[in-house]
Design a protein around this ligand. Sequence first.
Ligand code: SPD
Length: 341
Amino acid sequence: MLKPMLGAIVMVLLMGCSSKQDAVLNVYNWSDYIDPAVVTAFEAEYQVKVNYDTFASNEELLAKLEGGAQGYDVIFPSDYMVAIMVEEGMLETLNHDQIPNLSGLDPQFANPPYDPGSKHSVAFTYGTSGIGYNAEEITEEITSWDAFWNPEYAGRILLLDDVREVFGFAFKYLGYSVNDTVPAHLEEAKQLLMKQKEYLLKYESTMNKDLLLTREALISHYWAGDMYQIMDEDSSFAFTIPVEGAVLFTDCMAIPMNAPHKDMAYKFINYILKPEVAGKIVNEVWYAMPIPGALEYVDEEISSDPNIFPPDDILARCEFLTDLGDYNQTLDRAWTELKMK
Ligand code: SPD
C-alpha cells in the first residue's frame, strides 16, 4: 500500500519539476525591438516566464552561440546571418504546422533567398540603416553619406559598431555593392574609413540614443526604427536614407538547434505573428513588420512614413547583405585594422 503511494508522490513531484521547467522561455533579441507589454501578455496567456537577453550585432549573436551558449529558445538573426547559421547547422528546421499564423506573412517574405521556404526562420521586421541627426544644430539638409566626412561635425559622429553595416555604407558611398568582394575596393573603403576616423566620436550600436539625446553626438549612422524612437522623444532629430542607398535588412525569428524549450518557442513565434500583436510591436519599435493584416493596428503616421515602410523608389537604391562565405575573414581583418588604428 505504502509503495504505490510513494510512487504516486514521486510522480507528482517529478511532473511539478518538469512543468516548472517548461514554463520558461529564453529570448535573445536586439535591444529596443519589442513592446514589453507584448512579452507580459504572452507570459500571462501561456503561464510562462520569459527571460529576455539582448545583443548588439549579428556577429555578437553568432559568437555567443558558437561560444557554447546553450539556453536560448528564440533568437533574432538578420538575413545574411540566418544563411550562415543554417550553413553551420545551428538552426532548427521549423515545423510550419506549429506556426499557423505564418499564413498571414506577406508572400514576398515567405521564400527569401537567405532561407528558401522559410525552413529555418520567420521574417520579423524589415527596414534600412541611414543617417540620424540633430536637425536643430545641423541646419543644412542631410542627403548623402558624405556628412560623415564633414569637419564641422568632428568629434560628434557615431558609426554603428557593425562590420557589415560600416563597410556596407562605405561601399555604397563609393558606388559599389554592399556585398562587394573585390580586394582593391575593400582597401579603398578602408582608406576612406581611416580618414573618417579623424571625425569619429566612436563606433557604437547600443548607446546611440543617449549620446544623441544628451547632445554629445550630433549625427549617427543608425537603423531607421531606433532613430524614430529618438525622434518620438525629441523632435529636434531627423532621419534620412542617403541618395547613394543603404543596407536593407530583414530580421528574423529562429529556434537554435539545442533550444531547451522548443514548444514554447513555437508558441512565441506564432504569437508575434498575430496581426494585433504585430501592430502593437510596430507602434512601439517603429520598424515595419511584413504582416499585411497588422496594418489596421498600426498608427497612420508610422505606416505612411517612407523611411519606415520604404516605397519602391527607396528600396531600389538599397540592398540586402548576403553571406560572403570565406571573404568574411578578409572583411573581419580589415575591420580589426580599422578599429585598432
Ligand atoms: N534595435 C534593433 C535594431 C535592429 C536592426 N537590424 C539590424 C540589421 C543588421 N544589418
